[in-house]
Design a protein. Structure first.
Length: 175
């Protein structure tokens, strides 16, 4: 069980991340849809608070399943990437959320001039109670956003790195 202090720290980190993203939106960063990003960030904060509060003893309250919590957090964190638009290109990011198989992708498809674009921007799986980051094509890294949303580092696997390299980053899970 996580201590209340650690959970409060996670919520604080998430709130700081929300403020950072809101500043980016205000500056018009990369044409992110402000309304969608704001609502998604608010949802991520809500999930972080719910997680924090779920570890507090409550009478007649059923604990929230970690698997379902991770599904909700992943979807909330990935949604803004599906809304992202690119200037000078006819490219859309499509969310692919397979809750039954615990696979989550953001796939970019379209055209940039005469060049076809079709690739995965992000690919996350939930395997053995941990979030495996199979592909991370983001600038800042999706692991930090998952942490800010309340996922502990020991439940995040940087699967896009070789197992030997993962062992050199002890704060994250290796498998």
């Amino acid at each position: 069980m996580t201590t209340p202090e650690a959970l409060e720290k996670r919520v604080t980190l998430l709130e700081e991340e929300v403020q950072r993203l809101q500043r980016q939106i205000a500056r018009g960063a990369d044409a992110v849809s402000g309304r969608t990003a704001d609502s998604t960030l608010a949802e991520a904060v809500r999930l972080g608070r719910e997680w924090r509060d779920s570890d507090k003893p409550q009478e007649d309250a059923e604990p929230v399943d970690t698997l379902e919590r991770y599904r909700q957090i992943i979807e909330a964190v990935l949604r803004p990437y599906a809304e992202r638009r690119y200037s000078g290109a006819d490219i859309t990011n499509e969310p692919i959320f397979d809750r039954a198989g615990n696979h989550y992708l953001i796939t970019s498809v379209g055209w940039q001039g005469y060049r076809r674009v079709a690739h995965n921007l992000l690919h996350l799986d939930i395997i053995g109670g941990k979030i495996w980051i199979q592909k991370d094509g983001t600038e800042d890294g999706i692991a930090a956003e998952l942490e800010a949303a309340g996922v502990p580092k020991h439940d995040i696997v940087l699967a896009f790195r070789h197992a030997e390299d993962r062992a050199l980053i002890p704060e994250y899970a290796t498998a």
